[in-house]
Design a protein around this ligand. Structure first.
Ligand SMILES: Cc1cc2nc3c(=O)[nH]c(=O)nc-3n(C[C@H](O)[C@H](O)[C@H](O)COP(=O)(O)OP(=O)(O)OC[C@H]3O[C@@H](n4cnc5c(N)ncnc54)[C@H](O)[C@@H]3O)c2cc1C
Length: 497
């Protein structure tokens, strides 16, 4: 497995992309140093503990675990020796504004019975839609996910006849509206676009691939919390000999004669490398770590024009009671879904009536909260940062809007039961992790061409710089970010070996 041409590689950022790339490169025999500005690994995957409560503060759902299995296998290890995966059942509980409840189970038979209660007219359409979603996956995954799509040789792998049939000319919402009669199912299927931080009213219908990924391929939880994954990746890196430097902010990538030669940290120290892998947000890498010193102004302007994904407004609420109503994953839908996305993406304000996601991991893992308590991770889709918001005021006032809505939707006396509370706003995602405008999934897919506008995993303008993470190809979310790291390794093999 070892490279006969080992390189000295600097990786900037210990998010999931940086940790994955560093481990894969070290497993190939390269000498890898990983720089992280914070004192913990994981990037947006973090956890918070207080008074016997444990919360994941980033991802709460893992899809496509086969990608992680492949990562560990390529590093000579077995994922199952590190983490214990479980599939919460139901996959998710949906609560509509009229208090109708729909449980989406792991078993399709059980889900169809459930659908018989809320929208019997759409039971056949449900099955047919999942078949359609699978067909989108079959047509797009090799072309868009498992392929670095960097140059012409990659395009040879793409079946263009299939690409003509991936519904990029219409939106997620229009396709779903034409498919189902029931408003319940329309809202249910539109929600999956938010896994990519985009609006179902703008994103191409190709994103209807996501229901197949969660519902048919499975939605997983890691016992002990999703943060276990960041811990395990760190352990994997240490075992492979990666040198890890926490509290080490990289200020600049140094370039000589169009080739990266090393990095300069906050204290001004230069470290020489043959290759740099940046897991910092692509916009941060291009506009700040490189900037106009090394890139044309037009390239920087083009990067700044890429629309980030939405952000998130989070409340961590440790309560002294449980609710029958709550399962592991729960969604409380808004009454006007279109208005909600208009407010987030067009007006760039927090929605007046938000859809609220609650991860209640103590449902599956009693260790996450004291006896009879619940650890509620409450997430609302929020606009990325702009002049339209004042987060000091919003972080004071908005929790009451969310909690009131939850109380009115069946979580009676929620406010009085909270004994631990912490709020996270988009400002924190920017300030802590340098996420572009506080986005949580990298770039949005709100246009037909966004998949092609995302920066590739090798910078074209300067040699020796590779990009991994949610803001790069193929996109945000844990499995895609790990795939971006695999593409980095493939492109390093192609261009540097
Ligand atoms: C609230 C929330 C919920 C989410 N839910 C899910 C979910 O359920 N399922 C899912 O799959 N995904 C989910 N995601 C998305 C997922 O967390 C991200 O796609 C993924 O973790 C991003 O990884 P990344 O490699 O892009 O790095 P990031 O997490 O962005 O990490 C980048 C790292 O680089 C460091 N860094 C940046 N600049 C520098 C510098 N100059 N010098 C040194 N270090 C630097 C940062 O500190 C950070 O540690 C969620 C995200 C959030 C925030």
């Amino acid at each position: 497995m070892n490279s006969d041409n080992p390189k000295k590689i600097g990786v900037i950022g210990a998010g999931i992309g940086g940790l994955s790339a560093a481990a894969l490169l070290a497993a190939k025999g390269h000498q890898v140093t990983l720089f992280e500005r914070n004192n913990k690994a994981g990037g947006k995957m973090q956890e918070y503990r207080a008074d016997g409560y444990r919360f994941d503060t980033g991802p709460s759902l893992l899809t496509m675990p086969e990608v992680l299995r492949s990562l560990f296998r390529q590093c000579g290890k077995n994922l199952d020796d590190y983490i214990d995966l479980t599939e919460p059942d139901p996959l998710c509980r949906y609560i509509y504004p009229d208090q109708t409840i729909f449980d989406n189970f792991q078993s399709k038979k059980k889900t169809l019975t459930e659908l018989g209660k809320i929208s019997p007219e759409d039971r056949v359409a449900y099955t047919e839609f999942l078949d359609y979603s699978k067909s989108l996956y079959d047509k797009t995954s090799d072309a868009f996910l498992f392929n670095p799509l960097y140059n012409l040789s990659d395009l040879r792998e793409v079946n263009f006849l299939d690409l003509a049939k991936i519904d990029a000319h219409t939106t997620v919402s229009k396709k779903i509206d034409s498919w189902f009669q029931s408003d319940y199912l329309k809202q249910f299927f539109k929600r999956f676009t938010t896994y990519n931080g985009s609006s179902p009213y703008q994103a191409p219908a190709t994103l209807n691939v996501i229901p197949h990924v969660e519902i048919s391929k499975g939605g997983y939880y890691i016992m002990g919390g999703l943060y276990r994954l960041a811990d395990c990746l760190l352990e994997l890196n240490r075992g492979l000999g990666v040198s890890i430097r926490f509290r080490s902010h990289i200020d600049k990538i140094v370039v000589k004669k169009h080739r990266a030669t090393g990095v300069i940290n906050k204290s001004g120290t230069f470290t020489k490398f043959d290759i740099i892998v940046s897991n910092s947000d692509a916009t941060e890498t291009i506009t700040k770590l490189l900037g106009e010193d090394y890139l044309p102004a037009s390239r920087i302007r083009r990067q700044k024009r890429i629309e980030p994904s939405c952000s998130g407004f989070v409340i961590l609420a440790g309560t002294n009671r449980k609710w029958e109503l709550l399962k592991h994953h729960n969604i409380f839908f808004s009454s006007d879904y279109k208005m909600e996305f208009h407010q987030i993406f067009r007006d760039k304000t927090l929605p007046d009536d938000p859809t609220i996601y609650i991860a209640n991991t103590s449902f599956s893992d009693t260790k996450d909260a004291p006896d009879n308590g619940s650890n509620l991770f409450i997430l609302v889709n929020a606009p990325y940062l702009s002049d339209h918001q004042n987060w000091d005021t919003l972080s004071e006032k908005y929790p009451a809007v969310i909690i009131k809505k939850l109380e009115n939707s069946g979580l009676d006396n929620l406010a009085d039961s909270i004994v631990v509370q912490k709020t996270i706003t988009p400002v924190e995602f920017l300030e802590k992790f340098r996420s572009n405008k506080g986005s949580i999934y990298g770039t949005s897919s709100n246009t037909r061409l966004s998949a092609f506008l995302r920066p590739r995993n090798k910078l074209r303008e300067v040699d020796g710089i590779y990009l991994t993470g949610g803001s790069t190809h193929p996109g945000g979310g844990i499995p895609l970010v790990v795939l971006s790291a695999m593409h980095v390794v493939e492109l390093i093999n192609r261009f540097e070996m």
